[in-house]
Design a binder for this molecule. Sequence first.
Ligand code: SIN
Ligand code: FE2
Length: 214
Amino acid sequence: MHTPVDSGGLRLYPGYLDRPQQEALLAAVDSVLAAAPLYTPRMPKSGRPFTVRMSNCGPLGWVSDEQGYRYQATHPESGRPWPPMPALLLAIWDELGRYPHPPEACLINFYDQQAHMGLHQDRDEQDFSAPVVSLSLGDTCLFRIGGTERRDATRSLRLASGDAIVLGGSARLAFHGVDRIISGSSSLLAEGGRINLTLRRVSQPDTKTPSVEG
Ligand code: SIN
Ligand code: FE2
């Protein structure tokens, strides 16, 4: 039983995954990446490359290029469908998500020592009543989180290997980003760096109730 640190819809679970669980999750991520290799996304319009490399698993994946941010069913370079979501990730969503439908996308972010991610909101989904569940593997990062307006005050948290955070409720649209990676802070990834996994529900579940006529 994991008891989160809960503040305004942001739930933190320090040490949510123990080392054997982190190793099991890393093995699952490695097999996803063997089928759907990391690629370098590009910023909308400018085409400037991200410093973070990405892949996805699940029915949908989040991608970014000159045409904009979007979800799509295929890898932007190979054109192949994203690999299925590992059972371990579905089980984590069931435990942490507090949401009655499965996630549709798991974004895999890989940060090398120089990588970072600017402050942004996760808002390309149709259903904001579903939370965003985020897992960290490998080197610790300095994570920044604020409010729902870009100008709101932010605070900085350290996310270490095995930590989970959930952005739900009033924190679902909180601005967040990764200032930097603390290289050498974890031995989980042989080559160093950090992996972040972000589980999301993308579409509005079908809420039509069965007809009771007749
Ligand atoms: C993201 O916002 O997509 C990634 C956040 C993180 O790497 O912790
Ligand atoms: Fe995000």
